[in-house]
Design a protein around this ligand. Structure first.
Ligand code: PLP
Length: 402
């Protein structure tokens, strides 16, 4: 028996870097420092009133008990209708399961499919949790660097080179956290042509930012480009980002019956069903008035444009225009090798991030956390005034480097 009380699979993983960065910023704020926090990855809006009302009504009507493990009939019907409406995807009720957030959906999907050493292809930059979730489920993360020249997207040649007989999953997140890059139908088709040669590979689409798009385009779904891969694809989504419902913890999965059934079994022996009241709220979000989505996206777009212009005017920084999500992934190669007024050399993006925090109190997350450097991620899910203040401070800090 190991001398540690903590299991090896947990000792392999680390706390989320964005949570650690937010904690550090909050600690400095408690110490009285003026901090501009551009770390958080959640909408700064309140959940719309009609969704909150649905939750209140659910409580009043006594919807406070266990539900079916897969989720209430009402919520699963709403998910079936949503997938049909937004992406033309047809799923039966027994091919859907509601989970406590998309995060737990992804973790649970790895948990039911990965044998020790099975590989998960994770295009980088990636959402910080994918590699650690893979490790926690005894899998092997295979990260593939997708440079800015390729729009931060995986190419068919890269996919082909990354696949081995042990590959279990390809993860696709479009629009992406942290880059906002979104795949086109044609790009999906080219990836699907590679996958056709490798029947052991399953595809997980993390669609959590699908509605946060700035070009007015509907985000194409991988399965629209590759319907023949339906039996190998797990669709993961949730209400957190689209409807400002991060705290309600409702995600969902649509996929082939055997995978959904295995998820049902695992979750029935671990978390049980997700919160009954949140399920009622999520059904109202999916079925109800969608005008909140357009309004919030218009606000994110204003912030994106204003912040992008300010950042790209700072010598040494550059940022590609994100197609969606609510982050800027800012290249800081031009600052690497420079010295701070105290004489410290900025050797990597982590040093840049520490310098911004210590010198001007701006909190952002280093690109190392997302697997592609030298960059840092700045969240635009905050007011335009705070973003302007953050950009001014970053410009001031950069001007003092030599
Ligand atoms: N997937 C991505 C890419 C995310 O950025 C996040 C949250 O930051 C999630 C999934 C988790 O979403 P949920 O709140 O539904 O667990």
């Amino acid at each position: 028996m190991s001398t540690s009380r903590i299991a090896e699979r947990v000792r392999r993983i680390k706390p989320s870097p964005s949570t650690s960065a937010a904690d550090r910023a909050n600690e400095l704020r408690r110490q009285g420092k003026s901090i501009v926090n551009l770390v958080v990855g959640e909408p700064d809006f309140d959940t719309p009133a009609h969704i909150r009302q649905a939750a209140t009504q659910a409580m009043d009507k006594g919807a406070t008990r266990y539900t079916l493990m897969a989720g209430t009939v009402e919520l699963r019907q709403a998910i079936v209708a949503k997938l049909e409406r937004d992406s033309g995807l047809h799923y039966a009720m027994n091919e859907i399961i509601a989970t406590s957030g998309a995060k737990s959906a992804i973790y649970s999907a790895f948990s039911i499919t990965l044998e020790p050493g099975d590989e998960v292809i994770i295009p980088a930059p990636y959402w910080v949790s994918y590699p650690d979730m893979t490790l926690a489920c005894d899998g092997k993360p295979v990260t593939v660097a997708c440079p800015e020249e390729n729009g931060f997207k995986l190419t068919p040649a890269q996919l082909e080179a990354a696949i081995t007989p042990r590959t279990r999953w390809l993860l696709i997140n479009s629009p992406s956290n942290p880059t906002g890059a979104a795949y086109t139908r044609a790009e999906y088709r080219a990836l699907a042509d590679v996958l056709a040669r490798h029947p052991q590979v399953l595809v997980m689409t993390d669609d959590i930012y699908e509605h946060i798009r700035f070009d007015g385009q509907a985000t194409p779904h991988f399965l629209q480009a590759a319907p023949e891969l339906r039996d190998r694809t797990l669709v993961v989504n949730g209400v957190s980002k689209t409807y400002a419902m991060t705290g309600w913890r409702i995600g969902y999965v649509a996929g082939p019956r055997d995978l959904v059934q295995a998820l049902d079994t695992l979750l029935s022996q671990s978390t049980g069903n997700c919160c009954s009241i949140s399920q009622a709220a999520a059904a109202a979000a999916l079925n109800g008035d969608q005008s909140f989505v357009g309004k919030s996206v218009a606000i994110y777009k204003q912030r994106r444009d204003a912040t992008l212009a300010r950042i790209n005017a700072i010598p040494g920084l550059s940022c590609r225009v994100p197609d969606g999500a609510f982050y800027l992934y800012i290249g800081c190669a031009g600052l690497i090798g420079k010295r701070t007024p105290e004489g410290k050399v900025l050797a990597q993006d982590g040093d840049v991030v520490m310098y911004l925090l210590d010198s001007v109190g701006v909190a952002v997350v280093a690109g190392t956390a997302y697997g592609l450097s030298p960059y840092f991620r700045l969240s635009i899910a905050t007011s335009i005034e705070i973003l302007e203040e953050g950009c001014k401070r970053i410009a001031r800090a950069v001007a003092e480097l030599h």
